[in-house]
Design a binder for this molecule. Structure first.
Ligand code: NAP
Length: 344
């Protein structure tokens, strides 16, 4: 075994204590400490250094049909992140290797990675790539923005593109790609500070503060010829407002519906779906996994745009293992300013 330097005795983990009914709270999780596992033949032990938080994780807490199995009650929460190998019985990994993929709310993760690569998908972090960039605009949210906007939304230069959740990790990248592609871009976000960032740093044409402005009338004023492409992260009132302002032949890329993720009962709606018929518009759900062949091109383009300053991004880094559940909750209050990460 190639032993790493500083393996602790205890492995703290945040378990899913119960399935939340309605808004997730810190009490839905339980902190435990277990021994760091001894690794067997072919196994790797890694210390988690960074965790990434995604609204979809709220869905993984529910027992319902989805595109991934729910997290079991009593198991550590599943979460993407970045870890450093500290001990390895696998010739493919040595202590010091830094990998990213699906981890958990756990200080250490272990497994037979070479044998399980298809399931775990751990990949080595490219040399010189900061975690904030890899888990931020070049990570799954940036990739989702890329394929969701370009392959599903299919904007043309001169189109009016509206993005909800526009100051967030996914929305901010989608909105700026639309700007790069020559579109007029209107972002919807909560609060004056996020709207200021959208105008000054992300350089959108307009920003609507849905918490303090009338969304319907602001959309009518900022999109007088209608919305050609809508990149949807939120659902609910935002979706209804945009449906009432569609241009003929509009495309809606349905990326997420965060406004309903904490509903105890599914809400009816949208009440004006008929507008899709009136405007001969289409709506298409998307999942990043269906676009794996597009990722190499997406990585190259996103990296180029970020390095050239064409895409501005914000990373909201919290610190400390004990703050993990609290950090997750930030996504649902809108406290996160950009991609929500936590450094362990
Ligand atoms: P994020 O946008 O960085 O953070 C979530 C943001 O959602 C919050 O900052 C808040 O922004 C907004 N929000 C929270 N509760 C809301 C509510 N009740 N009503 C309206 N807005 C609310 O998170 P992200 O990781 O980029 O995810 C954004 C969306 O993309 C989510 O719906 C997620 O599920 C989806 N997504 C989908 C895929 C896919 O493959 N389909 C992949 C990644 C992400 P404000 O302060 O502006 O309200």
């Amino acid at each position: 075994m190639a032993a790493g330097e500083d393996i602790a005795a205890g492995n703290r983990q945040w378990l899913l204590a119960r399935r939340p009914l309605g808004m997730v709270s810190e009490s839905d999780f339980e902190l435990v400490e277990r021994p760091v596992p001894e690794i067997g033949p072919g196994e790797v032990l890694a210390r988690v250094r960074w965790l990434s938080f995604e609204p979809a994780m709220r869905g993984w807490m529910d027992e319902r049909e989805s595109y991934v199995a729910p997290v079991e009650v009593g198991a550590p929460m599943r979460a993407p992140g970045l870890a450093e190998v500290v001990a390895s019985n696998d010739p493919d990994y040595v202590a010091g290797d830094v990998v990213f993929g699906m981890m958990g709310w756990s200080e250490y993760v272990t497994g037979r990675w070479s044998a399980e690569t298809a399931g775990r998908g751990y990949r080595r972090v490219p040399a010189g790539m900061p975690a904030e960039m890899l888990l931020g605009p070049l990570g799954s949210t940036g990739m989702t923005a890329y394929v969701g906007l370009l392959d599903v939304g299919r904007p043309e230069p001169g189109d009016t593109v509206v993005v909800s959740g526009a100051a967030g990790a996914t929305g901010s990248v989608a909105a700026q790609i639309a700007r790069i592609k020559g579109c007029r871009v209107v972002g919807i976000a909560g609060g004056a500070e996020k709207c200021r960032w959208l105008l000054t740093e992300a350089r959108l044409d307009a920003a609507i503060d849905y918490k303090n402005e009338d969304l319907g009338s602001r959309l009518r004023r900022t999109c007088p010829d209608g919305v050609d492409v809508y990149f949807e992260n939120v659902g609910g009132a935002a979706l209804e407002a945009v449906l009432d302002n569609l241009a003929f032949g509009a495309r809606i890329a349905l990326c997420g519906l965060i406004s309903g993720y904490n509903d105890a009962e599914a809400r009816p709606g949208p009440r004006n779906l008929f507008q899709l018929i009136v405007r001969r518009a289409s709506i298409q759900g998307l999942l990043l996994w269906d676009f794996l062949d597009r990722l190499p091109e997406a990585s190259v383009d996103l990296r180029r745009w970020v390095e050239a300053g064409e895409i501005a991004y914000r990373v909201d880094t919290q610190e400390g293992f004990e703050k993990i559940p609290r950090t997750f909750l930030r996504l649902f209050s809108g406290a996160n300013e950009g991609k929500q990460l936590l450094r362990l």
